[in-house]
Write a protein that binds this ligand. Structure first.
Ligand code: AMP
Ligand code: ZN
Length: 665
């Protein structure tokens, strides 16, 4: 028993360090795979030994707890706003006011970036995160602890000489590349993209299912420690200490001893802020000495010792020369504005997104117009309006294209969808290369030694026209290609060969069936176990699978009805790719819960909700989100919603504990 406890403690400590290396220091020392293996081991040990449960365990990062209503919590110390300023004069005025109050002393300032996300207050006791609360109205906010625990850069257990009890404040942000990836995935799955990182970050905090929060690449950047008798005397020192305890505190903060230095910091970041991985909307200037801060105190709304300097909204106006149209992997058409190059936010902008036909109509944007361009959270800027005063009298309204710019096929648009599509999925070049690129991508076949550009080259050279062709490539075919050294050719061939070991659900995802994202692929693989069964499923049968809707079902059936796809699949089978779940995957699955439907409600001790649901599905049961007369059992945990409870009682549905459920298996 002692051995197990020691192992659990050691694993937790090790995983904590790796988390810190990866998410706080951006310097991982082990592979993702090794990390996952250790995490799995810990999860398994914790499942078997609930007596060693720990609210700070790294396993909690995956989420699972669901919150119906977030409790309101009063902040022990109020969360203030910041006064804003927009010019050097305002900054100078602020400094004068401060100097007047403090008298004839030297004042230094800490300059930090103003991170644009959602404010958060974290409470730590004895080095453990005990609570995370949103800013709310500044006096009280919502308890979002379960969601915050899933954010990898939030330490659950501190290191070093931290105070016994304190709060720390910061901002939850969604870094731009993570945001872009989320939107790409949404587009691939046929969903509308999110508008901007800030709203998405603050929306994430209030999601009811923490497992969903865990999937979002959120980060927590800290800037202020509050509490009694703190072991530091300045703002700058506070940042350093917080960093030592394990928090993510951006290192760009600078100690400045003159207004000149402060202005230099502001000008520098105004110009370079777009090189940062996350969005910022200004600089926060804080009087450095905590003693000075105390003397200065607060107004009704904000501290007198801090000032936000807001960056100017970044807009520019320029001429739109031409509207062109891009074709994506799924055939989705995206209109692009080609602009007269203009300097915006430190970079030259030549292109901007126009989203879709509706957007063009709404803005009434036309070729030759002078347009306003804005750089928001998106990587490519967007057009926000037209300068109608400068429109040419002869200009004609934009006619959206009706045929594919790449292959000439008539475009289609499904009712209720914003995007037009080119339906020629097997003959349209960007769709062909896009599909192959998706197939080889990291979350799918993860083929080493082959990248997106090489795919285009191979297609252009006539060596591949679908992903099955990859498996016939030989070193002799590759060597004559431009920039293809012997080593690269060998790597490519062996990378392709190695991919035949990739498990079924990832192969299924890699096939690029529309609306079949990573999660859906897993669900389908589990439900059907092999490609034969899946390919024979009817639309009704498919929609009977949990969370598979009409849209997905229709798309799957359509895919398997296409003879070209079948031919490609047959070839892939012949090359030895995995088209059924492995023995090991099958072993963990039974049919003991067949025909039974479960509703999972509340918070559990041994298993997370996600694990419970997985167990139900692995054993042939069905998970449903609401109680009806068809429900066989409600698995009830702590804090189960009262309305669910009443409903189960009225309908006479048996409520069982998690232990009783485990006994059923
Ligand atoms: P505002 O919402 O404009 O009143 O600005 C105040 C908010 O700025 C605070 O609630 C913080 O969440 C946020 N903020 C972002 N970065 C910082 C920073 N470095 N220091 C202080 N506050 C910050
Ligand atoms: Zn086309």
């Amino acid at each position: 028993m002692l051995d197990i406890k020691t192992r659990i403690t050691a694993l937790r400590q090790e995983l904590r360090e790796h988390n810190h290396n990866y998410y706080v220091l951006d310097a991982p020392v082990i592979s993702d795979y090794d990390f996952d293996m250790k995490l799995k081991e810990l999860q398994e040990l914790e499942r078997l030994h609930p007596e060693f449960q720990d609210p700070s365990s790294p396993t909690l990062r995956v989420g699972g707890a669901v919150t119906k209503n977030f409790n309101t919590v009063v902040h022990e110390q109020r969360m203030y706003s910041l006064d804003n300023s927009y010019s050097k004069d305002e900054l100078l005025d602020w400094e004068k006011r401060i100097q007047r109050i403090l008298g004839d002393v030297a004042v230094t300032f800490t300059c930090e970036l103003k991170y644009d996300g959602a404010s958060i207050s974290l409470s730590y006791e004895n080095g453990q995160l005990v609570r995370a609360v949103t800013r709310g109205d500044g006096f009280q906010g919502d308890d979002v602890t379960t969601n915050i625990k899933t954010i990898r850069s939030v330490p659950l257990q501190l290191q070093g000489d931290y105070p016994v009890k304190f709060d720390i404040r910061g901002e939850i942000v969604l870094p731009l590349d993570g945001f872009a990836k989320m939107n790409e995935e949404r587009k691939e799955n046929g969903e509308d993209p999110y508008m901007n990182p800030r709203n998405t970050a603050s929306g994430s905090l209030k999601l009811q299912d923490s497992a969903l929060v865990a999937q979002r690449p959120l980060e927590c950047l800290l800037y202020s420690v509050v509490g009694r008798a703190l072991p530091m005397s300045s703002q700058f020192e506070m940042l350093e200490k917080a960093r030592d305890w394990g928090f993510k505190v951006p290192t760009v903060a600078k100690l400045c001893s003159s207004t000149e230095e402060v202005m230099n910091f502001i000008s520098h970041w105004d110009l370079h802020r777009h090189e940062l991985p996350y969005e910022t909307d200004g600089v926060v200037i804080k009087v450095n000495s905590l003693q000075h801060q105390e003397e200065l105190g607060y107004t009704a709304k904000s501290p007198r010792w801090a000032l936000a300097y807001k960056f100017k909204a970044e807009q520019a106006s320029t001429v739109l020369n031409e509207i062109t149209y891009q074709v994506g992997r799924t055939g989705a058409i995206t209109p692009v504005a080609n602009l007269e190059p203009v300097l915006l936010a430190g970079t030259t902008v030549k292109r901007a997104s126009l989203h879709n036909a509706d957007q063009i109509e709404k803005l009434d944007v036309r070729e030759g117009d002078t347009v306003f361009v804005e750089k928001g959270g998106e990587i490519i800027p967007k057009i926000i309006g037209v300068d109608f005063s400068r429109r040419d009298v002869d200009s004609a309204a934009t006619n959206y294209i009706t045929t594919c710019p790449e292959c000439g096929t008539t475009l289609e648009r499904q009712p209720g969808e914003a995007q037009h599509f080119c339906p020629n999925d097997t003959g349209c070049p960007p769709q062909i290369t896009g599909r192959i690129q998706h197939f080889i991508s990291r979350k799918a076949m993860d083929i080493e030694g082959l990248g997106g550009e090489t795919v285009e080259l191979l297609f252009k050279e006539g060596l591949i026209s679908n992903y099955a062709d990859l498996y016939t490539l030989t070193r002799e075919q590759l060597l004559p290609l431009e920039r293809m050294a012997e080593k690269s050719a060998d790597n490519l061939v062996s990378g392709v060969a190695a991919s035949t070991k990739i498990p079924f659900e990832r192969v299924l995802f890699g096939l690029g069936i529309r609306y079949v994202g990573e999660t859906v692929a897993k669900k389908l693989a589990k439900a059907y176990k092999n490609i034969e069964a899946l390919s024979q499923a009817s639309q009704e049968q498919l929609t009977a699978v949990d969370e598979i809707g009409d849209r997905i079902a229709e798309s799957v059936v359509k895919f398997f009805n296409n003879p070209t796809n079948i031919e490609i699949l047959d070839r892939l089978k012949a090359y030895g790719l995995q088209f059924s779940l492995s023995e090991e995957q099958l072993e963990n699955q039974t049919e003991v819960l067949k025909g039974q439907s479960f509703v999972v409600s509340g918070v559990f001790i041994r298993l997370s909700r996600t694990e419970l649901k997985k167990l139900i599905e692995d054993n042939g049961g069905k998970v449903s989100s609401s109680i009806s007369s068809k429900t066989s059992f409600v698995i009830a945990g702590d804090n189960m919603g009262p309305s669910k409870k009443t409903k189960a009682e009225t309908l006479g549905i048996p409520m069982i504990s998690e232990d009783e459920f485990l006994a059923m298996l």
